[in-house]
Design a protein around this ligand. Structure first.
Ligand code: GLP
Length: 260
């Protein structure tokens, strides 16, 4: 895996936006469209800010971009300000020339008996669009990616996980309390792309900033490959993965990482 360490979160986010711009230009040039897997949370907010700036400067068009988000709370209404649909609208979709019908998120309003079919449909849509050119990821303090939480599964089983409904891990619920007002108020379930879905992307870019991510970053990069720390599963597709870190998130690593 490639590891790039930047001075601060702004520089790491800028580099992530530049990478996304390059992938979009290359994919649109080669195939007439680019398919991006997008992430939410506090970490990528600056990335979307830079992408909007590139768009405003006339340096990046999303006209031929198709997007698939990683995850969504369940159940949740799209207009709920805490939904990832509304997050994406606020930070990116309303500010660039993405075509609304090309932006996909898992649907927090699907009736429960239809959830499995909806998740399978989401996988089919990604495949029919030719797969993900790039998947942007954050990382949870417990090493989750998307809402793929730590588990006791075998590595083989974890690597085969597809899009599905999940129970949030206590650490994830504690972290989400800042958006929901309290731990008790956090919606306890979510729909998430699976590990196999994520690892199917042609390139994977994991962005992590802040000292609170340092331990998960170290374990994900240098620890054993285990479903107990889902980000470590990225090691199984190492040549396609780039980690972009700020100094704080990289602070537990031996300084053998590449510095740009
Ligand atoms: C959330 C999301 C993840 C995200 C992670 C880290 O629960 N489901 O996709 O990467 O946790 O979030 P943050 O960037 O706010 O620390």
């Amino acid at each position: 895996m490639t590891v790039l360490v930047f001075d601060d979160a702004g520089a790491a986010s800028r580099a992530a936006a530049d990478k996304i711009q390059a992938v979009v230009k290359e994919a649109v040039g080669q195939r007439g469209r680019a398919v991006l897997g997008l992430a939410t949370g506090a970490t990528p907010e600056k990335v979307y800010g830079y992408l909007v700036r590139l768009h405003t400067l006339g340096e990046l068009s999303f006209h031929d971009v198709i997007t698939y988000n990683l995850d969504e709370y369940y159940p949740i209404q799209p207009l709920d300000p805490k939904s990832y649909r509304s997050y994406m609208y606020r930070h990116l979709f309303s500010k660039v020339d993405l075509q609304p019908q090309r932006t996909h998120l898992l649907d927090g309003t699907v009736p429960e008996p239809f959830v499995d079919e909806h998740c399978a449909e989401y996988e089919r849509w990604i495949a029919e669009d030719g797969g993900l050119d790039l998947q942007l990821l954050g990382i949870g303090r417990n090493g989750h990616i998307g809402f793929n939480e730590p588990s006791d599964r075998s590595v083989e089983e974890a690597l085969a996980l597809r899009t599905r409904i999940m129970e949030l891990h206590p650490v994830t619920r504690a972290d989400a309390a800042r958006e929901f007002g309290s731990v008790e108020g956090v919606i306890p379930r979510a729909l998430t792309m699976g590990i196999a879905t994520i690892l199917g992307a042609r390139e994977i870019l994991l962005l992590a900033t802040g000292a609170h991510k340092a331990e998960a970053v170290k374990l994900g990069l240098t620890g054993p490959v285990t479903a107990k720390l889902p980000a470590s599963l990225l090691q199984s597709v190492a040549p396609r993965v780039t980690w972009m870190l700020d100094q704080a998130a990289a602070s537990d690593l031996d300084r053998t990482a590449d510095t740009p």
